[in-house]
Design a binder for this molecule. Structure first.
Ligand code: CA
Length: 222
């Protein structure tokens, strides 16, 4: 697995390179946005780690330009900014996840693994916090209690659970479940998400199904 780290602070790049190589990843470093974008487009990587504040091209500009090339490699943003809005900008620009500096290496590693993990079925059973879903028997449980969902609610939950830890973009959800193109996004997803949260009895302070405004949703272990 090959990772490109685009970051101008050598302290951080050295730390990341050493840590990731010890974990068995191959690591390339780009010290500015332009070099990073060039490498990302011309070489093949499994994941990009992109700092937000970069010389020559910001992380956001880089991300947008990269996605414009129809490149699907996952991108994790490293950001010192800590408002939710900034994180949303990153995700809107096409990033798959973000992590705030200063971060623990272990947490970053976990996020990287989520992005690189193939979407695997475990005998058709998916888990999220207290919830489990069996796609073969078409059942959903919260702990031991069975929860009855409509066909679409079930499909939506399945989509989110299959992509646990990954940002699910609205247009992708629409395509996959409603089969409409992205432009016809009417708030239908939100209606179903709200219904799901209600039926699953997810409390306001629980973030099993998180909304990322203007982007989509993410299922996370709270
Ligand atoms: Ca920087």
């Amino acid at each position: 697995m090959r990772i490109l780290v685009i970051e101008d602070e050598t302290g951080i790049t050295n730390f990341l390179k050493q840590g990731l190589e010890e974990e068995g990843y191959e690591v390339d470093i780009a010290p500015d946005g332009q070099t990073g974008l060039h490498l990302a487009i011309t070489e093949t990587y499994d994941l990009l780690l992109v700092d937000w504040m970069l010389p020559k091209l910001t992380g956001i500009e880089l991300c947008k330009a990269y996605r414009k090339e129809n490149k699907e490699t996952p991108i994790i943003f490293l950001t010192a900014r800590d408002t939710v809005q900034d994180a949303v900008f990153g995700l809107q620009a096409g990033a798959n996840d973000y992590i705030r500096k200063p971060f623990h290496f272990e947490e970053l590693l976990e996020r990287i693994k989520v992005q690189l993990r193939p979407i695997a079925e475990h005998n058709g059973v998916f888990r999220l916090g207290p919830f489990s879903m069996n796609t073969e028997t078409h059942q959903v449980f919260k702990h031991e209690e069975e929860i009855s969902l409509t066909q679409k609610e079930f499909q939506l939950l399945e989509y989110l659970m299959r992509h646990k830890g990954k940002v699910c973009r609205r247009n992708k959800i629409m395509d996959s479940i409603w089969g409409m193109d992205a432009t016809s996004d009417s708030g239908v997803i939100d209606v179903f998400i709200n219904a799901l949260r209600k039926k699953l009895k997810i409390q306001k302070d629980e973030e099993y199904i998180q909304t990322i405004r203007g982007v989509g949703y993410i299922a996370r272990e709270s």
